[in-house]
Design a protein around this ligand. Sequence first.
Ligand code: FES
Ligand code: FES
Length: 158
Amino acid sequence: MPKRLLKMRLNGEAVEVDIEPGAMLADVLRNELGLTGTKVACGEGECGACTVILDGKVINSCITPAMKAMNKEVLTIEGVAPGPGKLHPLQEAFIEHGAVQCGYCTPGMILSAKALLDENPSPTEHEVRVGLSGNLCRCTGYVKIVEAVLAAAEKMHK
Ligand code: FES
Ligand code: FES
């Protein structure tokens, strides 16, 4: 089947890539564009490891056809930091609070947390838990992740 040209803005840059027509966004990001920070675990839309932000909304990129990103804005974990050698406050807080163990869920957690804080800069603990409910972590028990998101929210207000 002939390939199709996908045009999107990816982490603030215009990108054009030839893809298989039915390719999922996670596979295009990882295999065609080399952005392996987006993880694929279940591949079925259940775990959130593949979370990216598409036009401001979190999506599971493993079950989202890449063509849905046509002419849209995609943010992956590679685009979250404010600049070279710098980390986003969420990334700093995850490190400071020991919220990263194996790290497989971390990119998706950070993107879900970012989308949450973009909409609700002062969430309650309950709101953080609801905001991250689509992201599974098999390592941390979630407590440190929730603490990190709350700490980042506070820091971002200062
Ligand atoms: S890998 Fe996409 S939801 Fe699990
Ligand atoms: S840190 Fe291992 S899955 Fe979350």
